[in-house]
Ligand binder design. Structure first.
Ligand SMILES: NC(=O)c1ccc[n+]([C@@H]2O[C@H](COP(=O)([O-])OP(=O)(O)OC[C@H]3O[C@@H](n4cnc5c(N)ncnc54)[C@H](OP(=O)(O)O)[C@@H]3O)[C@@H](O)[C@H]2O)c1
Length: 290
């Protein structure tokens, strides 16, 4: 199978790369600013380059984790990020359809308003921040282009990451260095090991699934509780984790507070479950890359 991964230098993309390669698939990957061996530079805003790469490589599947995914940056730079996240992703979607390939787009539980999570695929989206509105617009327009797509909504992703941006890696680094970290106790979600997102993505492609899937770990918990669990598993001091409410963080973008996702559709399609927090964090600890 020929695979193109747009954004293979990021958290999800780098694990997708490994999961595809371990299946013996023929994989090409791109990066934007974080150059990695074997990856090609590509900006989502360079529409001709994007189309020409898809035309030349003739993939069977295009995985699209690339996105300007900093929620507060999107809030403060709506026009700039619209060009990348909406116009850029839709250009990929159109070009993917034109070569008859399947598109796998990564969305988020931020398409919901966070008043009544955890959410199912059938729940009505109602985004409350720029990032969430951009995700929803891309989702809706992908669906208008045809049926050969997967939209995978993911959330609170953690795991080994060369750029060390994700919450768990930052928390562990801070606690190991004796620093404190403020963590919201009112943001509820479903922590998800990135390796499992990559595995679920490949399995969904293998079974020929299409449409929207929620792809998240089985637990629904506050960010603060998750942080305490990380400290426990990694043997780090929990006193340095400061519980706060979201307004105290002064974040520019509103967060959906009661979020998280129910993944029954994924489970029934694959007969397979993502790991919960205990197994996920234990796996991370034993792979000792942090
Ligand atoms: N992580 C989470 O908790 C989470 C939760 C919900 C949804 N998601 C979504 O899942 C997807 C993957 O997330 P992630 O955590 O893997 O994100 P990430 O680590 O920030 O990776 C984003 C990828 O997109 C690339 N990229 C950024 N701007 C680009 C541009 N203008 N042109 C081309 N490529 C560009 C980055 O390249 P460089 O690194 O080389 O610059 C990187 O490869 C994103 O769509 C994100 O919104 C993530």
């Amino acid at each position: 199978m020929k695979i193109l991964i747009m954004g293979a230098s990021g958290l999800v993309g780098s694990h997708l790369l490994q999961a595809c390669q371990s299946r013996g698939w023929d994989v090409l990957g791109t990066y934007n600013t974080f150059a990695q061996p074997g990856l090609m530079p590509l900006k989502l805003t360079d529409s001709d380059d994007v189309r020409s790469l898809i035309q030349k490589s003739q993939p069977d599947v295009v995985f699209l984790p690339a996105f300007r995914s900093n929620v507060d940056y999107c809030e403060q730079n709506p026009e700039e990020t619209y060009q990348i996240n909406v116009v850029g992703c839709l250009n990929v979607a159109q070009a993917t359809r034109d070569v008859g390939a399947k598109l796998v787009f990564y969305s988020s539980d931020y398409v919901f308003n966070g008043k009544a999570g955890p959410y199912r695929e059938t729940d009505e989206p109602d985004p409350i921040c720029v990032y969430g509105r951009q995700k929803l617009e891309v989702e809706q327009k992908i669906a208008e282009l045809g049926e050969n797509y997967l939209i995978l909504r993911i959330t609170v992703v953690y795991g080994h990451e060369a750029q060390a941006k994700n919450f768990v890696v930052r928390l562990i680094t801070n606690l190991k260095n004796g620093h404190t970290m403020k963590v919201p106790q009112d943001q509820v979600g479903s922590p998800t090991l990135v390796d499992d997102i990559a595995e679920a993505s490949c399995r969904l492609v293998e079974v020929g699934a299409t449409g929207i899937f929620h792809v998240a770990g089985p637990d629904v918990m506050s960010r603060y509780q998750f942080a305490l669990n990380v400290a426990e598993v990694f043997g780090l001091p929990r006193e340095n984790i400061m519980a706060v409410n979201t307004p105290e963080l002064g974040q520019p973008a509103q967060r959906p507070l009661e979020a998280g996702m129910v993944c029954d559709r994924l489970h029934s399609s694959l007969n397979w479950n993502l790991r919960g927090w205990a197994d996920g964090l234990t796996y991370l600890k034993h792979t000792e890359l942090i």
